[in-house]
Ligand binder design. Structure first.
Ligand code: EPZ
Length: 419
């Protein structure tokens, strides 16, 4: 399996072009099942999860090809209503197949997703929503069998938690349901707005995205579309923190500054010089940064997907910092790996307490999940000596050309291909 080798200590300087957002491209790819007409999606990042989804769509019967950062689907209308275990276990977002296939075929059989390293990640809210919309659900032989005899009908879906995936699955099904659906306590992440913009381009009638109450008037048919995926705010935040950690100066291009306001505001409070234009952010280290406590929240709060990266920065500042993870129940897998660099971190339930240390020393480390992997790369960039990061297939799921982008701004980083 591939590894990434880093010799730390370089100040990173230069420009990074932010790729399209993984967590926007994925639901938009599943939305292509809602129409038989061809679509074109641009600014699609080159990631393992995108490839997995494209394989999945072709398996279902939607002819889909990706050339560079452009995905095109063809006319197609015969779908298999099945999501097999070997596809679902690879990527939790496969659960988004349920909405479109229930909407089009009134039925779908999906393998139970299984847990993942950042927690059990149940799908009870997804299933409750489909039941509200008239689907009958049973679990047999490791599969969730879902059937809506008379088709889906509009309903009021009250979410106990503003779940991103559940909000997306309800959007992907309610657009073709009979009647009106209202999502109460909906997620408001930018990726939800991007998906709703695509669905409305297809002829759907959705209002209220970006707020906690979204209303969808079901329509009879949806049409083809062309769409450019929004930039990846999590990737952008990762490179901003890289500038802070390496005392560098990085300008992010093709980014939407307001999408990562919570991260920018926190970094400014620490003392990083952050300047924004309409589609760029410059992050420049000008003086020693001060640590700041942080708690993860749903959008527009500080994103859980940037928690691990933030932790690395706090480990290397002079003073103490507290981090509270409120979204996932087990998202501290990176702590033990950071301790191998010399970090001083103690876990207390959903809180970690950090004591800043002078420096990190390079070490062989292992990636447990996507964002933890980004944190280990950041640690290696600043650690003294060599760091070897293994199990980087987790990283390739969500970061487009990470070592190439870091190398371009001065990092001593390379990928070694191990058979
Ligand atoms: C999306 O996951 C993202 N993934 C995650 O990014 C992100 O961390 C998460 O939203 C929160 O922002 C994609 O968009 C593909 P949730 P999702 O439903 O939809 C619990 C990354 O690194 N929950 O908002 O799975 C769940 O267990 C990934 O790019 C239920 O209990 O997130 C979790 O604790 C990691 N029952 C919390 O809600 C349900 O039915 C948030 O989950 C659904 C969720």
């Amino acid at each position: 399996m591939d590894k990434i080798v880093i010799n730390g200590g370089r100040k990173l300087k230069g420009e990074v072009i932010v790729s399209g957002a993984k967590n926007s491209a994925l639901p938009i790819l599943f939305a292509t099942l809602l129409t038989d007409e061809p679509v074109t999606i641009t600014n699609v990042p080159s990631l393992a999860d995108i490839d997995t989804t494209i394989t999945f769509l072709n398996f279902i019967g939607k002819k889909t090809i990706k050339k560079g950062n452009i995905v095109k689907t063809d006319y197609s209308n015969k779908y298999k209503p099945l999501a097999p275990y070997d596809l679902v276990r690879k990527m939790r977002a496969s659960i988004l197949i349920m909405g479109p296939l229930l909407a089009r075929l009134n039925k779908v059989d999906v393998s139970l997703p299984g847990g993942c390293t950042i927690g059990a990640r149940p799908i009870d809210m997804h299933l409750d929503a489909f039941r509200k919309m008239g689907a009958k659900i049973s679990v047999e032989g490791g599969y969730i069998k879902t059937f809506a005899k008379d088709g889906l009908k509009g309903a009021v879906v009250n979410l106990k938690f503003p779940s991103v995936g559940t909000t997306e699955n309800v959007l992907l099904s309610a657009v073709l349901a009979n009647g009106k659906t209202t999502i109460v306590n909906a997620a408001t992440e930018p990726e939800i707005e991007d998906l709703a913009n695509v669905l409305n381009k297809m002829g759907a009638k959705i209002t209220g995205t970006g707020t906690k109450k979204i209303v969808i008037e079901g329509v009879y048919k949806l049409y083809g579309f062309t769409h450019e995926v929004i930039p990846d705010r999590i990737e952008a935040a990762t490179y901003m923190i890289a500038a802070a950690i390496t005392k560098g100066n990085i300008t992010l291009k093709k980014v939407v500054p307001k999408h990562l306001k919570a991260v920018s505001d926190k970094l400014k409070k620490c003392g990083l010089c952050v300047k924004e234009t309409e589609d760029t952010i410059s992050a420049k280290w000008i003086k020693n940064l001060k640590p700041h406590d942080m708690k993860t929240e749903v959008y527009p709060g500080f994103p859980t997907d940037v928690q691990a990266q933030w932790m690395v920065l706090m480990c290397l500042l002079n003073g103490n910092a507290r981090i509270e993870e409120n979204i996932f129940e087990n998202r501290f897998m990176h702590v033990s790996e950071l301790q191998r660099f010399g970090a001083d971190i103690t876990i207390d339930g959903k809180v970690v307490n950090i004591k800043g240390v002078e420096k990190f020393s390079g070490a062989p480390v292992m990636v447990s999940d996507l964002r933890a992997g980004a944190a280990l790369i950041l640690a290696g960039l600043v650690a003294e000596g060599e760091t070897v990061v293994s199990r980087i297939y987790h990283l390739d799921r969500g970061y487009d050309m990470i070592e190439k982008k870091f190398k371009k701004i001065g990092a001593d980083i390379r990928r070694i291909h191990n058979r």
